[in-house]
Design a protein around this ligand. Structure first.
Ligand SMILES: [Fe+2]
Length: 184
């Protein structure tokens, strides 16, 4: 997919920053500051661009890739139900374009030795408004769920690697189950 010129500048600066600093909270905060001006573009809020995400009412499209393989996604999260709890095989930094988002970070407590079983606990729940940023760490800390609050939440999400190219884990924390599935 081709990217618009301003996105190429973003990818260059963000990839250099991550290469220099590594995926740590300081670097994620700086990347979030780079996302904020991109998220101010009202043209991004366009439902016709979106495909279904997580087999749910959430929607997404990939906006572009950097030369190093990092990936920028546009996502819309409904308020009627949260996304499933899932991973991405990557860290991610997100910035809200419009609306409010409840972003929950989860941690896996079991060792993964029992097929189909997983025990999770919530480690953080944040409410994010327009222009606010958050991040989730790299594997294995990249487990999260999201939901719009009072309406749709639109977001930019920046990943180290394209989250649509590998199968991912979907968790059911109440039943302590996990399943590997195609990513969308
Ligand atoms: Fe996600």
């Amino acid at each position: 997919m081709t990217s618009e010129p301003d996105l190429q500048q973003f990818f260059r600066v963000a990839e250099d920053l991550l290469a220099e600093q590594g995926p740590n909270p300081d670097a994620f905060g700086r990347v979030g500051s780079l996302l904020r001006p991109l998220a101010a573009d009202p043209k991004l809020v366009d439902p016709s661009r979106l495909a279904a995400l997580h087999n749910s009412s959430a929607g997404f499209t990939i906006l572009g890739h950097g030369n190093g393989g990092s990936t920028l996604m546009l996502g819309r999260f409904r308020s009627d139900a949260p996304t499933p709890v899932h991973n991405h095989n990557s860290w991610g930094v997100l910035c809200v374009i419009r609306g409010r988002d409840r972003h929950i970070l989860w941690a896996r407590e079991d060792d993964g030795s029992q097929p189909g079983r997983a025990r999770l606990r919530q480690v953080e729940s944040q409410e994010l408004g327009t222009g606010e940023i958050a991040w989730f760490p790299d594997v294995p800390g990249d487990i999260h769920s999201q939901q719009g609050i009072g309406g749709d939440a639109w977001e930019l999400v920046y990943f180290a690697r394209d989250p649509t190219t590998r199968s991912r884990l979907y968790f059911d924390p109440d039943r302590e189950r996990v399943e590997e599935r195609a990513p969308v």
